[in-house]
Design a protein around this ligand. Structure first.
Ligand code: HEC
Ligand code: HEC
Ligand code: HEC
Ligand code: HEC
Ligand code: HEC
Ligand code: HEC
Ligand code: HEC
Ligand code: HEC
Length: 677
């Protein structure tokens, strides 16, 4: 080992030490680690640069031998079963109350049926059959938090051998249960197993991530503190089915368990168009649809089907808002029990507010009381919103839309931009449309210019060159300040960048999410120059250090997640450069929030030389610390010399200024944040 290697090892050790500091909050250990690393460098740091091979994240053994585990021993009993024969143990489709199911529409609406079937709405909830299951479940052993889960397939049924939740720590108390249902089919997929108690299901604590083709623990799929995963017994009936199925009735009159019946799994035609039977009757027996009026003439009755396109903006948005909002059922305990038994009374075209309450933080709103920070139950809910009340979690776009002037003072609704059936004029491949279901004109500024004049909102308004990413309306007015599904998505509240307001709300602003290398002061000064917005008083860090680094190193979990995502955003990389990012993003590989580790790894993989990065994100911390150290080494070897050593990017004249980095990490905002879609 030569001297350079030792120096590099020492530097990497410092990075490691920083990390240890972050985890342990104990300086003496953090200082000791650099020394240890130098001593053990030959072992800890590979001679070659990358890949950083470590043991797999969630322990996965795809080659579980057929003769191991008691699940297989039970096979004589289980192998004759099919998912159909397990019907009594799982949620079931029972059309009722005029709901007839999507098959009944094919005959007359082949095209609408086809585009719907291609959308992820249609496959939100499915039976966990082999053609539906995306994850590798053929024969796999997964373990997390000291518990083992073994899954294998027999015939068309997947079986899980898992700990009994009543005795989670007793190794011998295990059970073998069939996986009956899946949730999701786009970004991720989860699996429910039958408890055998009525139609009540429990949830497997692992999630299959489609993007990377890997299992992650379920508590990594939401932004939440790394707590123990529970089996979520009954949760589908109680909660998820509200938005992940059509016309659910979840309780029987005679029992307390979850006897979940739905008109249809997934979000089907009738979730948006209302019950279909009266409409079908109307068209089959047109004679009956004619009323005789008093003057002896007859007129054709109105078609009872609902179409969001022919509703006013309020009713139209509510159709989507029933699921895409932060919402609570109203009616008190009794009312909710009634809704649970009979399904909720809302029908597309009707008034959603009669049975549901959309929650907001707003001084004028009674829901303010649940925002009381002294109420422990509110802790989770509080962080759903920025401090000024803007919703910051995905899947809740209705809150954002209805807070926006374009809706309040204009006619903008969800289907101004989204199209729920791909148009025959839209020549994109169907899966491209299905991802976000946007109209072609909503992929760019055209959609805004339908209502806002191009004569006014051109480069004289944007102050960026025509065609520049900095000239796109979306990038300044719907920035990626919403978190969901392991990524940042565009806020659906239409606002304008404003440093004072964004800082007060705890929200990254649009300008600094693209100009990652600039300070808040720089943005405030530009906004003053371009838009005459008065700059606020900013503190020393906000004046001197790039805003992205303040968010990454000392921000709260939501800020860290969003900015970690932005560091992998091509538009931001193009304008901010990437050669300075590695040592900062890599810090997040050992963030206390598992989801942030995942996002950080994705952004790191977008950087030159790290596309093969493999890190054990969920195992013991040593592996991650070694990865951080190795990334630091790689960066020193390949990129450090090309970085312009700006003080804003935490460089001193001798290179990275560790003291300032350490100080920021020490100030990290550790208040709990929970953002679950
Ligand atoms: C027997 C044929 C028939 C069946 C079955 C049928 N429809 Fe229709 N539907 C029609 C006709 C006819 C129209 C009016 C012409 C058109 O828009 O195609 C229509 C129109 C519609 C419209 C547009 C209404 C408007 O005013 O904009 C919707 C939405 C719709 N149907 C939904 C459904 C759904 C959902 C189902 C299944 C539950 C269904 N239909 C089943 C015949 C049918
Ligand atoms: C208030 C309505 C609502 C409830 C309740 C709800 N979800 Fe969702 N869920 C959504 C919406 C809306 C989306 C789409 C979010 C997006 O695309 O950003 C979604 C998306 C998802 C996805 C991603 C699916 C994919 O294909 O990538 C998963 C997984 C998921 N939800 C799981 C759950 C689970 C588990 C529960 C119950 C514990 C639940 N959700 C409860 C509305 C809801
Ligand atoms: C998530 C909501 C949603 C679902 C699910 C849905 N639709 Fe639609 N549908 C709409 C909206 C919104 C429109 C207005 C046009 C658009 O956005 O594509 C529409 C329009 C229609 C129309 C009018 C003709 C047209 O294309 O404009 C028909 C017919 C229709 N839908 C039938 C169906 C059928 C049949 C199904 C199920 C197989 C279905 N829809 C599922 C939201 C939905
Ligand atoms: C019954 C509940 C429900 C209704 C009604 C509903 N959605 Fe959804 N929506 C969901 C859920 C759950 C998902 C997640 C599905 C997925 O992505 O797998 C989703 C996903 C989406 C997506 C993301 C698709 C993707 O995977 O990229 C869009 C866009 C969307 N919905 C828009 C709308 C609009 C617009 C309306 C109203 C016309 C609407 N939805 C009505 C529940 C609903
Ligand atoms: C001004 C245009 C516009 C309006 C209005 C709008 N959206 Fe979107 N929506 C978008 C764009 C653009 C995206 C893609 C965002 C991204 O990739 O980050 C999107 C993405 C989504 C997604 C997918 C999020 C994900 O996880 O990738 C959902 C769900 C969604 N919108 C639902 C809605 C609903 C529900 C409404 C009405 C309450 C609505 N949108 C209104 C433009 C709009
Ligand atoms: C359906 C028409 C419509 C569409 C589409 C639309 N807007 Fe608007 N928007 C309005 C109206 C109306 C107002 C209120 C104008 C007023 O106050 O005089 C408004 C206000 C605004 C404001 C001021 C917000 C505030 O809080 O004062 C901004 C910024 C804005 N729009 C940006 C956009 C952008 C960006 C898009 C495209 C993503 C867009 N709008 C799409 C109708 C629309
Ligand atoms: C999505 C990316 C993006 C966003 C958002 C964005 N910009 Fe830019 N910005 C650029 C690009 C690309 C350039 C390069 C020159 C051009 O395109 O005009 C640039 C150039 C600049 C420049 C001149 C060059 C320099 O570095 O001094 C300033 C000043 C600037 N932007 C300020 C802002 C401000 C202030 C905001 C927010 C109101 C903002 N930008 C939002 C991408 C962005
Ligand atoms: C580089 C960032 C940036 C881009 C790109 C941008 N805007 Fe703006 N926009 C702003 C800022 C900042 C304000 C707030 C000005 C204020 O408060 O006086 C604003 C304000 C507005 C308003 C509110 C009324 C007004 O004029 O103050 C509308 C409407 C608007 N923008 C529409 C658009 C449209 C449409 C586009 C795309 C063609 C667009 N903007 C692109 C930064 C941008």
């Amino acid at each position: 080992m030569n001297t350079t290697a030792i120096i590099i090892a020492g530097i990497s050790g410092i990075a490691l030490g920083l990390l240890a500091y972050r985890i342990l909050r104990n300086w003496s250990i953090a200082i000791a680690i650099p020394l240890l690393v130098v001593a053990g460098a030959a072992v800890l740091i590979p001679e070659k640069k990358l890949p950083l091979e470590t043991s797999p994240t969630v322990a996965v053994d795809p080659n579980l031998p057929d003769d191991s585990g008691k699940s297989v021993a039970d096979s004589a009993e289980t192998s004759i079963m099919t998912l159909a024969s397990l019907q009594h143990t799982r949620p079931v489709e029972v059309p009722k109350d005029g709901y007839v199911g999507s098959d009944a529409c094919i005959e007359c609406h082949q095209d609408n049926h086809t585009t719907w079937a291609e959308s992820y709405h249609s496959t939100m909830t499915q039976l966990a059959t082999p053609d539906v299951v995306m994850g590798n479940l053929e024969s796999v052993r997964l373990s997390f938090q000291g518990h083992d889960y073994e899954i294998h397939r027999e015939g068309d049924v997947f079986w899980a051998d898992l700990p009994d939740e009543k005795f989670p720590d007793v190794k011998s108390k295990r059970k073998v249960v069939p996986l009956v249902m899946s949730t999701g089919s786009h970004h991720m997929q989860l699996y429910w197993w039958a408890t055998g108690d009525d139609r009540t299901t429990g949830l497997l604590p692992f999630v299959w991530v489609a993007e990377t083709g890997e299992w992650i623990p379920r508590n990594a799929s939401f932004l939440q503190p790394n707590v123990a995963v529970s089996q979520e017994i009954g949760r589908w009936g109680q909660t998820c089915s509200m938005c992940h199925s059509t016309h659910r009735r979840v309780r029987s009159t005679t029992s307390d368990t979850w006897d979940t019946k739905v008109a249809e799994f997934g979000i089907s035609c009738e979730a948006c168009h209302g019950p279909g039977q009266p409409h079908i009757d109307h068209h089959r027996q047109l004679a009956l649809a004619v009323t005789n009026t008093s003057d002896g003439t007859s007129e054709i009755k109105q078609d009872p089907i609902a179409n969001p396109e022919s509703m006013d903006k309020v009713r139209s948005a509510q159709v989507c808002g029933q699921c895409h909002s932060v919402v609570e059922l109203t009616g008190g305990k009794e009312g909710i029990e009634h809704l649970n038994m009979h399904g909720h009374g809302f029908r597309p075209g009707g008034d959603f507010a009669a049975s549901h309450k959309v929650l907001r933080i707003d001084e004028h709103d009674a829901t303010r009381e649940i925002m009381d920070p002294n109420n422990p139950a509110a802790a989770k809910f509080n962080t759903t919103f920025y401090k000024d009340g803007m919703v910051r979690v995905s899947g809740r776009e209705y809150n954002g839309l209805t807070d926006s002037a374009c809706y309040k003072k204009g006619e903008m609704t969800c289907i101004t931009c989204h199209q729920l059936h791909q148009s025959s004029l839209d020549d994109r491949p169907v899966k491209e449309w299905a991802n976000d279901q946007l109209k072609p004109e909503a992929l760019n500024d055209q959609i805004c210019l339908d209502c806002h004049s191009e004569d006014q909102y051109n480069t004289s308004h944007t102050h960026h060159a025509a065609g520049s990413s900095g000239s796109s309306c979306y990038n300044c007015h719907m920035p990626h300040t919403t978190y969901g599904l392991l990524k940042a998505i565009r806020s659906h509240t239409i606002t304008s960048p404003n440093v004072a307001k964004d800082v007060a709300a705890g929200r990254p602003n649009a300008c600094n999410l693209c100009h990652l290398d600039k300070t808040l002061q720089w943005t405030a000064d530009s906004l003053k120059k371009w838009y005459q917005i008065e700059p606020p008083e900013l503190d020393k860090d906000q004046r001197e250090i790039a805003a992205s680094l303040l968010w990454i190193l000392k921000g709260d979990a939501a800020q860290r997640a969003l900015v970690a995502w932005s560091m992998g955003w091509p538009a931001a990389q193009a304008v901010s450069g990437t050669n300075w990012q590695m040592p900062f993003i890599s810090q997040l590989l050992d963030d206390p929030y598992l989801a942030i580790r995942f996002i950080a790894r994705r952004s790191l993989r977008s950087l030159e030389g790290l596309d093969d990065l493999k890190v054990n994100m969920f195992g013991p911390p040593e592996a991650r610390q070694a990865a951080i150290a190795a990334i630091a080494q790689f960066w020193y070897e390949t990129q450090e010399s090309s970085v312009s050593k700006q003080s804003e990017l935490l460089f001193g004249k001798d290179g990275l200024d560790f003291e300032r980095v350490q100080r920021l990490l020490r100030e990290c905002d550790n208040s709990p944040v929970v953002l679950d879609e």
